[in-house]
Design a protein around this ligand. Sequence first.
Ligand code: GEK
Length: 239
Amino acid sequence: MSKTTVDSLRDQIYRAKQPKVDRFEFNSQVVSVFPDMIRRSIPGYDTIIHLSGVLAAQYLTPGSRCYDLGCSLGATTASVLDSIGEMPVNIESVDASGPMIEEASNRITDSRVHFQQADIRKVSFRPASVVILNFVLQFLPPEDRFTLLNTVRNTMNPDGLLIISEKVEFTEEFDEIHTEFKRSNSYSDLEIAQKRQALERVMQIDSEHTHLNRLYEAGFRRPRRWFQCLNWVSFIANA
Ligand code: GEK
């Protein structure tokens, strides 16, 4: 029913010294190395993606809907498909980047999945049992985050599940270990520094406290952390 591929080129985008480091964009160059880039940058990425599918499957029933917001190449979408077997559901996988959506649609062909190029702040949400935001809220302007979560909450089915994974503010110690993690994955200090510069102001992280409070205020019940690896965290909450 579905076809997924996970191959990717090695990320060398920031390997050479750049005269001027441009603002980071999810363009076709990033798409070509994305699976390699994200695995070498986010500790715990594979576990979060795998478990997102397992968690989603607990809440999906035949005919229900799941949103994968900021789906990139559809890793989370593929994990949900792996966990639900042949169950007939609707998966709405949304990303603002044209090159991401184009490549995701090549990688995953399953009649239950609908890929859409759109800004997640402008989606007309329909009732859903599961909504997943894996590493995307941190790319929205902070002032837009509450409105999105509140809209999602108000359109979800009662008791539905929200999964939200992010980099969060923790101690400098964890930041330093994260840098060591990237070095251990063969990123040089120049690559790490240039990528950090490119992401400045593009990716703005919150504290765990801000996340949990915002989820309560948006109307979610029992927001809770189910995973943490250094400064990377995943929360779940119920509608
Ligand atoms: C994964 N979830 O593999 N609307 C829609 N998409 C957006 C927006 C927006 N306003 N802003 C950013 N994006 C994926 C990984 S990556 C995380 C998510 C990372 C998209 C952007 O185009 C990109 O594809 C994705 O959010 C973030 O688990 O690269 O660190």
